[in-house]
Ligand binder design. Structure first.
Ligand SMILES: [Fe+2]
Length: 329
């Protein structure tokens, strides 16, 4: 937020000043218990790598993806963008240990030859990636939401972007998840590796989320779809809602929880704030395509209005336990 005097105020400062108004009682309690202070419990980001990210896993971090057409214009429905997930069911502990022991070999350890590759769903709903499962997100622009922290083990040592050392592979592991004296100890890694989760035959089926029409947010000229919905890892984690307002359409919506929004296309109003999609972002430049809807605003109702000549498209990211009734359940 920028004050009338031109000072930049961070979301964290606003939250700490008045947690109940900004993030509400439910999220305040959750983040105090989880992070030791009132804060915003999710990260909403976009990444657009030239090449797929190296095959990796997170010991504790979960994440969800929303890969949509607005930031991937021109992607053909019959595209060949794939992503590797988990391990084939025939991979034994010895095979995984042998593979990891080849870390640093001239040809690389080739771990992705042990992983099924699946077609990336573009604009066909979201995908949930539980902690502990190998994955290597694609080269498409990806909207990702995850819990408020980051850590990873890089399992692939040779990528299109260069080689990764054993030291580099464990660099982002937290001590509480994977002890430093076990870095490079492949026997130990295989002993704690979650084969059951990685070799789930129904993994794609279980973790894909088809778009689900959100009738209560729809009206004339306004369509709403849950992109990520339902429970994940046994509870209500984050959820993603997409709103599409046709030219001249407007609506006022109430939500149980605060949320972050991104503008994906067009221009309009969110509350009394003018927002628009930015095709090109420059470091240090302030844009008007990302915003935060407070608990107070969510309780009172937020105006969404298309002020342009093309559809006004927004994506709303909700945190853990955001809904009194879990969408899709
Ligand atoms: Fe990841």
């Amino acid at each position: 937020m920028i004050t009338s005097a031109g000072h930049l105020v961070s979301l964290q400062e606003l939250i700490e000043t008045d947690p109940k108004t900004i993030i509400g009682e439910v999220h305040e309690q959750f983040t105090r218990e989880t992070f030791g202070k009132p804060t915003w419990g999710i990260v909403s980001k976009y990444f657009d790598n030239l090449n797929p990210i190296p095959h990796h896993l997170h010991w504790k971090k979960w994440e969800v993806y929303d890969i949509h057409r607005y930031v991937n214009p021109g992607t053909h429905y019959s595209h060949y963008h794939t992503t590797a997930m988990g391990l084939y069911p025939w991979v034994t502990k010895d095979m995984l240990r042998d593979c990891l022991s080849r870390f640093g070999a001239p040809q690389g350890n080739d771990i992705r030859s042990l992983s099924p590759h699946v077609k990336v769903p573009v604009d066909q709903g979201g995908f949930c990636m539980p902690n502990g499962v190998l994955h290597s997100p694609t080269d498409l622009a990806t909207h990702e939401v995850h819990v408020l922290m980051d850590e990873h083990f890089l399992a692939e040592d040779l990528t299109l972007d260069g080689a990764i050392s054993v030291e580099g592979a464990f660099y982002a592991c937290r001590e509480q998840d994977y002890p430093k004296d076990k870095h490079g100890d492949w026997d130990y890694l295989v002993s704690i590796f979650d084969f059951e989760a990685n070799q789930d035959l129904n993994f794609v089926l279980r973790n894909s989320r088809r778009p689900l029409r959100a009738d209560k947010f729809c009206s004339e000229g306004v369509e709403a779809f849950w992109i990520v919905h339902g429970d994940f890892l046994g509870e209500q984690k984050c959820s993603i809602l997409r709103l599409v307002l046709q030219p001249k359409a407007k609506t006022t919506l109430k939500f149980d929880s605060p949320c972050v929004f991104h503008v994906n296309r067009g221009m309009g109003l969110v509350g009394n704030m003018g927002v628009n999609f930015e095709k090109t972002l420059h470091l240090g430049q302030i844009t008007h395509e990302l915003g935060f809807i407070t608990q107070q605003a969510a309780d009172g109702g937020v105006l969404f209005q298309n002020a342009g000549k093309e559809p006004f498209v927004l994506t709303l990211d909700f945190p853990q336990n955001a809904h009194k009734v879990t969408p899709g359940i």
